[in-house]
Design a protein around this ligand. Structure first.
Ligand SMILES: Nc1ncnc2c1ncn2[C@@H]1O[C@H](COP(=O)(O)OP(=O)(O)OP(=O)(O)O)[C@@H](O)[C@H]1O
Ligand SMILES: [Mg+2]
Length: 507
């Protein structure tokens, strides 16, 4: 079969990095193709070149049997290539319909035909099996819903190839199922999909063929049915790596460091009466890793944000080392020794216009101050270098703008920021989202190390194998409540699943 897309000998250099060096990609009509590689391997760069968002230094692109040059995103869209980026590009203050038709609003002259736009949006979303109000603002949608809007936009452009850069990393399990159902349907309709992900089980489940990049080079491609996960990892990293997360059983003898009692919060941006947190209580000991499992929307992130002072709560007690503390801001929380690695690192955590070094060290100034006043730049650079090595962060230099790092490497920098702070209580929200499989194991090891040094760790994760690997004890949440607690050795994915979906009667 003639490929729909053939990219050959693509090269692209950025200051200090050869992002792509003889990269290639072939996609057949009507297939789901996995584009794989470690953080910084060049996946997003290759996709941006395909989408016309960046120009290659050299190389050729053939699409639908023609040699093409994608001079602009518009160019690529016109040819039938739609790209859903790692960072969403929707306009939050516009409606769903406006976002679907952005730049191509139907109507004559200055007049937008709202009725037509709404009706077509409705039709497309229904084709995707979605219930959506075309006139609702995108701002109020969940990440999963925003992604569906991006897919709707791709369909409305009559695309032949849809590129999704890490579409599932922010989705819940049921949302992933829904996305896969849609992907299969699009495939059945003859569309091709390029799928970038770090979750290799997903690749085995949904993809037909794969391409692996390493350091910007094409390392191999072929049929999914003819390769194993271990085989893919070997192509990705060039050596044998055990993909399995190993658990270590440990005796937790430390004192209770954090105790939370009766945490309540009502009301979110959409509904003043919504139960966000209801009587949440738990404790964590020094040296312990408490896993928090739950579906997206279960209140895990809200709980973390409340403890960190990022959101207010209505009632409840937070007790650190036996003393009740009052936390009204992240500054209070940090003062009491609580650190949070937030879930949405891009929005909440990175200062995109600043250097990697500053982003990494900003929470740990105590560690690198000279005479308590000046930042000791040598100490700072040493610390940044230590974490660059530990987490294998790929950057041209410490002074590089963080905006120019690959998505996964940006994640590692924020993670390192809080790891370097060495707080009493460290809350990590989806610590390995968007991080490649090798670095995941490194992050797990770092969390173990931190726990071992006496820190109480609260680890929120939607990936059950991860929860089972890193936790000593696990609590599950649903609809703002804690629905159960279990020791790691008694838990399995099935048990956690049923605990997560269990309703508890309000008491
Ligand atoms: N605008 C830019 N300026 C400088 N360097 C860049 C820029 N964009 C990407 N890079 C560098 O190019 C390399 C490849 O990055 P890319 O984003 O393509 O990786 P990726 O495979 O998508 O990784 P991830 O899995 O982390 O998303 C990285 O070293 C990155 O730092
Ligand atoms: Mg990327």
């Amino acid at each position: 079969m003639e490929p729909l897309l053939r990219m050959m000998s693509i090269r692209k250099r950025f200051p200090g990095v050869q992002a792509l060096d003889d990269a290639g990609l072939e996609v057949l009509p009507g297939e789901i193709h996995a584009l794989l590689g470690e953080n910084g391997a060049g996946k997003s760069t290759l996709i941006k070149i395909l989408a016309g968002a960046q120009q290659p230094d050299s190389g050729t692109i053939e699409f639908a049997g023609q040699n093409v040059v994608m001079l602009s995103p518009h160019d690529a869209q016109r040819r039938g290539i739609a790209t859903i980026y790692q960072e969403f590009t929707l306009a939050p203050n516009m409606t769903i319909a406006e976002n679907v038709f952005i730049g191509r609003e139907p109507g004559t002259g200055f007049f937008v035909d709202w009725g037509k736009m709404a009706a077509e949006t409705k039709a497309i979303t229904q084709r995707l099996g979605l219930q959506m109000q075309p006139m609702a603002a995108v701002r109020n949608l969940s990440v999963a819903e925003q992604q569906m809007v991006e897919i709707a936009r791709a369909l409305s452009m009559k695309s032949r190839l849809i590129v999704m850069d890490e579409p599932t990393s922010a989705l819940s399990l049921s949302e992933v199922d829904k996305l896969f159902r849609i992907a299969r349907e699009l495939k059945a309709q003859g569309l091709s999909i390029i799928f970038v992900t770090h979750r290799l089980e997903e690749v085995m489940e949904i993809c037909d063929r794969y391409t692996v990049l390493r350091d910007g080079r094409l390392m191999g491609s072929g049929s999914i049915s003819e390769i194993t996960i271990d085989g893919i990892i070997r192509l990705m990293v060039g050596r044998q790596v055990k993909a399995l997360f190993a658990h270590r059983d440990r005796e937790i003898a430390g004192d209770v460091v954090l105790k939370v009692e009766g945490l309540n919060r009502r009301g979110n941006t959409q509904d003043q009466n919504a139960t966000v947190l209801a009587d949440v209580g738990f404790e964590v000991r020094a040296g312990e890793i408490l896993g928090v499992a739950g579906l997206v929307g279960a209140g895990r992130t809200e709980m973390a944000r409340a403890l960190f002072g990022a959101d207010a709560f209505d009632s409840g007690r937070i007790i650190i080392d036996g003393q009740e503390v009052h936390i009204r801001s992240p500054k209070d929380a940090i003062g009491h020794g609580i650190g949070l690695v937030p879930e949405d690192r891009k929005q909440q955590a990175l200062f995109l216009a600043l250097a990697v070094r500053v982003n990494l060290s900003m929470a740990s100034h105590k560690r690198i101050l000279r005479w308590g006043v000046f930042i000791d730049e040598t100490a700072e650079r040493t610390m940044v270098e230590e974490y660059r090595k530990k987490l294998n962060i790929r950057m041209a230099s410490q002074d590089q703008l963080i905006a120019n790092l690959s998505g996964g490497n940006q994640q590692k920098v924020t993670l390192a920021r809080w790891l370097a702070l060495r707080p009493k209580v460290l809350i990590v929200d989806e610590p390995t989202r968007g991080i490649d499989i090798v670095a995941k194991v490194e992050v797990h090891n770092l969390l173990f190390e931190m726990a071992q040094s006496g820190i109480a760790v609260v680890a929120i994760s939607s990936e059950l194998p991860e929860v089972l690997a890193i936790s000593d004890r696990i609590i599950t949440m649903r609809e703002g409540r804690v629905t159960g607690q279990i020791k790691r050795e008694d838990a399995t994915e099935e048990i956690l699943m049923s605990m997560m979906t269990l309703s508890v009667k309000p008491t």
